[in-house]
Design a protein around this ligand. Structure first.
Ligand code: SAM
Length: 222
């Protein structure tokens, strides 16, 4: 089956080293949670994040919300022809059950992901709707075991969405970065068979996801 990995996603809990910062304590208090229980979000924690490792690739959980809404509400996903995984910047993987319906409201999405981090799974209808596990990108690729791994990046070899969709194997894995700025790490790119650019401009991840999946959908669902 075709799979999509949103890789090195800017989705994580506030790291220990900045949990005592005023901006973190204030946002935790507003949410009625402990600093260790809330998502790192640059729009609230900008001052606290200054100088942390990999700063530009972190603290954008809203991007992952957009990407998941895009990927998990389209025919190719609803017809069980696509699996979606979220690999995070701190090497965790979120597994989504086909029947999961993600909240459209960002506020509710953030609450759900914070609950997932604290409990390890979100159950419903007797199954795990969401599950989070410690896992690196390479191990996730081994688990998916795709025929091809195609990384999408504005630094890749140029192609149109259509040309790419025509060449992709039906059991390929497409990898899109879940971050706003910066590039994939070497630990991720070393797993790619190809790295492709589908537009002359760097675009937001959810736009790339919607366009490439639409092209694949036209080919795969007929
Ligand atoms: C906002 S971009 C990250 C910035 C990165 N400098 C870049 O341009 O790829 C988020 C993700 O969208 C995808 N992306 C953005 N523009 C792209 C393009 N022109 N071609 C292919 N993928 C692209 C990549 O997977 C990228 O990691």
């Amino acid at each position: 089956m075709l799979s999509l990995v949103i890789a090195e996603s800017a989705l994580e809990l506030v790291p220990r080293e900045i949990q005592k910062h005023n901006s973190v304590r204030a946002s935790a208090k507003r949410l009625g949670k402990r600093p260790s229980e809330i998502l790192l979000d640059v729009s609230w924690h900008f001052a606290a994040m200054k100088g942390i490792k990999n700063e530009i690739k972190r603290g954008r959980p809203d991007l992952i919300h957009f990407c998941l809404l895009e990927a998990c509400s389209i025919p190719i996903y609803l017809e069980n022809k696509l699996e979606v995984f979220v690999h995070t910047i701190d090497d965790k993987v979120i597994f989504l059950d086909k029947s999961v319906r993600l909240p459209k409201s960002y506020h509710r999405f953030a609450g759900l992901i914070e609950k997932l981090y604290s409990e390890g799974r979100i159950e419903g209808d007797g199954k795990n709707l969401l599950e989070i596990k410690k896992m690196g990108f390479g191990d996730l690729i081994k688990k998916i075991n795709p025929k091809q791994v195609i990384g999408l990046s504005s630094e890749g070899i140029s192609s149109s969405y259509q040309q790419l969709a025509e060449k992709i194997d039906k059991d390929a894995c497409i990898v899109v970065g879940g971050f706003a700025k910066g590039e994939f790490s070497e630990s991720v790119t070393k797993n790619f068979d190809k790295m492709i650019s589908v537009d002359r401009n760097p675009l937001e991840a959810h736009i790339i996801i919607s366009r490439i999946l639409y092209e694949l959908e036209k080919r795969i669902i007929t």
